[in-house]
Design a protein around this ligand. Structure first.
Ligand code: F0G
Length: 344
């Protein structure tokens, strides 16, 4: 039986005897070896922390279980979040399990179908905003402040607390802290959470590499971007809320932020599914694209153990997979000879 993040990491989380024992079986995600990618990156070992194996298919579940449990403890009956998709899917699921009304605000036209399907299935109220994620987040923050409705975005500190548990799992599974951890960065909560987790573990800490999409890379350019654009819709964010803590993680770890193009993201996305057997969503391929790019630019990872965090499952965004693939041919006649010919 999976115990979930609250039970497993209780001693490290802000729980009280009144915090409900909420879980959907989140956490305990695998580290999967990717030897052909490790060879091209030039490191000793590359491990994929596959967060797509969480209950709603993304890393958000680790933080959401804490945020929703604490909201219930505080007496909340309804909650709200802005989202590029995964936060809304996770919030909708945990609110359903906890008996909390869930409201999600998503940017028009830019949410992968699987994520929207999840929010609908779990009974959330979905509001589509004519604006991007940054606009949606700033609106829901204001509304949460004005009305007292529980805010489930990663500006809620309980989200970060829950998400830091992934760092604990990595150190436990490897028996040591890896040399380097690479993540996709959007609103910048997750890289802040990992860094907090590693800092709580002890003095040996990894170098933190944060990768953004070229059209949505404010942490690389150093200034907010008004109209972020990328096929990796999960990280289509121009003004990250956790900017300051993400920069601290990068600076204090001796790491960096870098941008990867949509073409590089898609190439890494295809290699992950066809070579490593791991189907993640496009945004999740950004750290692998980034590591490959740094290796090409002659950065040496010789002898290193690297963990790339694959934040969401590929089934979230089936259209991207179909678009990235060779065309599927028309249906053939149901006839053994024709089928045999087609399989030659
Ligand atoms: N990867 C995926 C699959 C995501 O959904 C997100 C963020 C990130 C990476 C970036 O994480 O924001 O902590 O830097 N998704 C949010 C959402 C914004 O609404 O689902 P971050």
């Amino acid at each position: 039986m999976k115990r979930g993040v609250l039970a497993r990491w209780a001693a490290h989380l802000p729980l009280t005897p009144r915090t409900p024992h909420l879980t959907l079986g989140e956490g305990d995600t695998p580290l999967i070896a990717a030897p052909t990618l490790a060879r091209d990156i030039g490191c000793a070992e590359l491990w994929l922390k596959f967060e797509g194996q969480n209950p709603t298919g993304s890393f958000k579940d680790r933080g959401m279980v804490v945020a929703v449990a604490k909201a219930v403890e505080a007496g909340a009956h309804s909650a709200v979040c802005a989202s590029t998709g995964n936060t809304s899917a996770s919030a909708a699921a945990y609110c359903a399990a906890a008996g909390v009304r869930c409201n999600v605000v998503v940017p028009e036209g830019k949410v992968a179908l699987g994520k929207l399907a999840q929010a609908v299935a779990h009974g959330a109220r979905i509001v589509v905003l004519r604006g991007n994620f940054d606009a949606a987040l700033s609106r829901v923050r204001e509304i949460a402040q004005r009305t007292g409705i529980a805010l489930l975005n990663s500006v809620n500190p309980h989200r970060i607390e829950g998400q830091k548990t992934a760092a604990f799992e990595i150190a436990e599974a490897l028996g040591e802290v890896p040399h380097t951890v690479a993540l996709p960065v959007g609103n910048a909560g997750n890289i802040s959470a990992y860094w907090r987790g590693f800092c709580e573990l002890g003095p040996r800490r990894p170098v933190m590499l944060g990768f953004q999409a070229t059209g949505a890379a404010p942490l690389v350019s150093g200034a907010p971007i008004a109209e972020p654009e990328t096929i990796a819709t999960a990280i289509r964010i121009g003004n990250p809320a956790s900017w300051k803590t993400a920069v601290e993680a990068q600076r204090d770890s001796g790491g960096l932020f870098a941008a990867v193009t949509d073409a590089e993201i898609l190439a890494a996305y295809r290699r992950l599914s066809s070579e490593a057997g791991v189907f993640c969503e496009p945004a999740s391929a950004a750290p692998v694209a980034g590591l490959l790019r740094l290796a090409q630019e002659k950065r040496s990872f010789a002898g290193q153990t690297i963990v790339a965090v694959l934040t969401g499952h590929g089934l979230k965004d089936p259209q991207s997979a179909i678009d990235a693939a060779a065309e599927i041919g028309p249906a053939i006649a149901d006839d053994i000879g024709t089928l045999e010919a087609a399989l030659q």
